[in-house]
Design a protein around this ligand. Structure first.
Ligand code: DUC
Ligand code: ZN
Ligand code: ZN
Length: 467
């Protein structure tokens, strides 16, 4: 199908330009100055013309950190690949990268096959995988090379969650050395889990079981310390390092110091760390359980640090760490004992919208909005230039975004398969009007018109910021 998108302002990471976009089949075939004779000549051959007057035309969002159907804390995150990718599409995200998990005692192969089986034939948008390595040994280290050849080019390791995902510094160093040879990027959950577990046990022994103690037992200093340690390990091993879900100024300072010294260190933050705080975790009764994630929500003053980090590129990406658990029955597993509350916040649907508030409020530019939500994740995770840019030859993953619309976020209207919204009642500026995934309209007039299974697995290349 040939589609012409006219009258809009195309926004790339390089900035906004008034331009019309021609889509042929799955690909962007051309861009021409709005109203030019070239653009007008495209009208006759277009089977469909989409009027984007007054709207932005941006590359589809890339959420580089999601957990669909993730086993955690004795339960599973509730979005399937079908429901989660559909919700993502509603919010203008056209690619997710989810975390396939190697369980302890199992191979990477088994974990990756299991994730392919969950996602295959179900996704509304394109998807890739990172791999969580929770058992570093001779054979899993070798398997890392094979997995890279299959387009899974980044590995997450954990300094937290002893007994589950945790790796020792020695194991982390070995995985980093392997990545330094095969070109993969190491992603790090940087919190000192051994020390945290001591604080958790002490708090519970004192009878401190409310959700707010989840935050108090995971201090920002432990995130800063672990971030520092991860950086030194990566520098010695010579591997690129990507700090996931950075939440604290203490960790940001480590990242910016390393980047200033020229280390290949990158970091993401998530909307929850920019808009929510430890005050939410301390809400009345058990309400705070809705806000339990790790690292935990920090004091509100941190928001300004994180927005600054996004402006200065010390934070390069905004992903969601989408990991939804229902309040009823799932979060409730931790009634009276915060350590049993499954960790995670739903967010895949509203990342583009929430970060757009930063544009509306003058925290970041329009171009930077596109850069941190689409272009940089595309480059960093080996998807550029097929993804992350509105340009001839790129996949026609396109979002038409109305900057003047308003919407109120609520569990009663969102499309994620979860019974609460962390942003319930929040009124925001801007809204997706139309979404194309590889040239097919999948969202229009607030309805999903796509098909489960149209999303394809993406074999990713190596970190494009380094080559
Ligand atoms: N943090 C979360 O909040 N949930 C899933 C895993 C993680 O690291
Ligand atoms: Zn994590
Ligand atoms: Zn995560």
């Amino acid at each position: 199908m040939t589609i012409l998108i006219t009258g809009g302002t195309v926004v790339n990471a390089s900035g906004p330009i008034p331009a019309d976009v021609l889509v042929e089949g799955e690909t962007i075939a051309g861009m021409a100055a709005r109203g030019s004779s070239v653009a007008e000549s495209w009208r006759a051959g277009a089977e469909r013309v989409i009027d984007a007057a007054g709207a932005y035309v941006v590359p589809g969002g890339i959420d580089g950190h999601t957990h669909m159907e993730m086993p955690f804390g004795g339960t599973h995150s509730v979005d399937t690949f079908e429901t989660g990718t559909r919700a993502a599409a509603f919010g203008g995200t056209t690619t997710i990268i989810d975390f396939a998990i190697q369980s302890k005692g199992r191979s990477l192969r088994e974990g990756l096959d299991a994730w392919h089986a969950k996602a295959d034939g179900r996704c509304a948008i394109d998807y890739g995988f990172h791999m969580i390595v929770s058992d570093v040994n001779e054979s899993s280290l070798k398997e890392m090379d094979l997995v890279v050849d299959e387009g899974v080019t980044s590995f997450k390791l954990f300094m937290a969650y002893p007994g589950v995902f945790y790796s020792t510094d020695g194991e982390i160093l070995q995985a980093m050395q392997q990545a330094s040879n095969n070109g993969a990027t190491i992603m790090m959950h940087a919190e000192n889990g051994i020390a945290i577990d001591v604080l958790v046990a002490q708090a519970l022994a004192r009878g401190e079981g409310d959700p707010k103690f989840h935050g108090l037992t995971r201090p920002a200093l432990f995130e800063g310390e672990a971030t520092h340690r991860a950086i030194q390990l990566a520098r010695v091993a010579g591997s690129p390092l990507y700090i996931v879900h950075l939440s604290a100024a203490e960790a940001l300072n480590e990242v910016l110091g390393a980047r200033d010294r020229g280390a290949n260190v990158f970091a993401e933050t998530c909307p929850q760390y920019l808009f929510l705080s430890d005050a939410d975790l301390a809400r009345e009764g058990f309400e705070g359980a809705k806000f339990v994630c790790s690292p935990p929500l920090r004091p509100e003053v941190t928001h300004a640090d994180l927005w600054r980090g996004l402006r200065t590129d010390d934070l390069s990406v905004v992903s969601t760490d989408h990991c939804p658990f229902c309040f009823k029955e799932q979060k409730e597993l931790g009634l009276g004992d915060f350590s049993k509350i499954p960790n995670g916040i739903p967010g895949v649907e509203h990342r583009m919208d929430l970060i757009f508030q930063g544009v509306d409020q003058g925290e970041i530019s329009l171009a930077r909005w596109v850069e941190v939500t689409s272009t940089t994740p595309a480059r960093l995770f080996g998807l550029f230039p097929k993804k992350g840019v509105v340009a001839p030859g790129a996949d026609a993953d396109l979002v038409i975004y109305d900057p003047e619309a308003t919407q109120t976020l609520s569990a009663s209207t969102h499309h994620m398969n979860v019974d609460y919204s962390a942003y319930e009642g929040m009124t925001i500026k801007g809204r997706v009007t139309t979404v194309l995934s590889r040239g097919v309209v999948i969202i229009e007039q607030e309805a999903y018109v796509g098909r489960a299974g149209s999303g394809r697995f993406l074999e990713r290349g190596l970190n494009g910021l380094l080559r």
